[in-house]
Design a protein around this ligand. Sequence first.
Ligand SMILES: Cc1cc2nc3c(=O)[nH]c(=O)nc-3n(C[C@H](O)[C@H](O)[C@H](O)COP(=O)(O)OP(=O)(O)OC[C@H]3O[C@@H](n4cnc5c(N)ncnc54)[C@H](O)[C@@H]3O)c2cc1C
Length: 319
Amino acid sequence: MKDLIIIGAGPIGLYAGFCAGLRKLDGMIIESSYETGGQLALYAEKDILDVPGFANIKAKDLGDALFKQYQTHQKDVDIHIGEDVLEIQKKVDHFEIITNKNKYLSKKVLIANGGGKFSPKQVEGLEADNVYYHIDDVGRFRNQDIAVLGGGDSAVDWAIALLNEAKSVTLIHRRKEFRAHQSSLEEFIKRGGKILADHVVWEYVSNGKNITSLKLMCNEDHCERALKVDAVCIFFGLTKTKVDYAPWQIAFDQKGILVNQEMESSIKGIYAVGNAASYNGKQDMLTSGFGEVVTAIGAINFALHPEQKVPKYSSLMNK
Ligand SMILES: Cc1cc2nc3c(=O)[nH]c(=O)nc-3n(C[C@H](O)[C@H](O)[C@H](O)COP(=O)(O)OP(=O)(O)OC[C@H]3O[C@@H](n4cnc5c(N)ncnc54)[C@H](O)[C@@H]3O)c2cc1C
């Protein structure tokens, strides 16, 4: 049984994972999407001006930094991505967390789900066994001709990763300009990747199971071309679905889960932080969320180990 299960690996869940590890709690983070960083992925290139210590930091860089910081305690708090928490059941002295894949037991639960779930934007009508919205094993694409659709960092980063295994990788984007970093695009081209910018997929040929070729059209001159494919990988960003808390039997209002000063919900042992939490004066901001994590993890640690004298400052905790 875990000491603590954290639901969500957005910025606040990642920071909670780090703080729990720092206090030597035996924990786990469960994240429904295949990426960490939550909403930061929605505005990856936006400048954030109000995180203490940074005059200006891009959302993507903050997400990377939070993940790196979390990794320093990943041995204490492991992470399960692509796993959706469906139910939290209260037992006498612990909780059962039921996901779409498994069941876990934990003494405490920290909800950092941001009030919603992220999932990849799907393309209506483009359905086949060889269409992928996330990649868990690049090796499966060995010696294949791959089309990657999208113009952001995820699309280009995965296109580069696929070059390690695939026979060919063609990156297709409907605009002339990519949102991805220029340096990543340059690396993709240098390593033999092909780019079809300003092109849209307007039709595809299927053998009933798999897509065998894409029909593409150039927006500018309406020129058409066919591209033979073994797989199509689509990275069009993420969409958010709001969580319905009613079946969880937890008190909530229109902003989120109602919590007390220790970030504990109406159910003893279940805490909420970040955009998931609601209280008077609540601001849905990163810094408020980070502060809430410190309060919640401190309260959880005290509830689990009231006898322990845990130092307050991190410089003493790691000794
Ligand atoms: C466009 C935009 C700009 C912003 N700019 C700023 C800014 O400049 N400064 C600032 O302070 N704040 C800003 N914010 C707000 C900030 O991004 C949020 O406050 C922050 O992301 C909240 O973090 P979180 O971890 O609580 O939730 P989220 O970032 O929403 O992450 C929650 C995570 O939980 C996962 N999850 C949800 N349900 C489940 C489930 N059932 N099982 C498992 N996992 C689940 C989700 O997939 C997600 O990864 C901005 C927000 C937006 C949309």
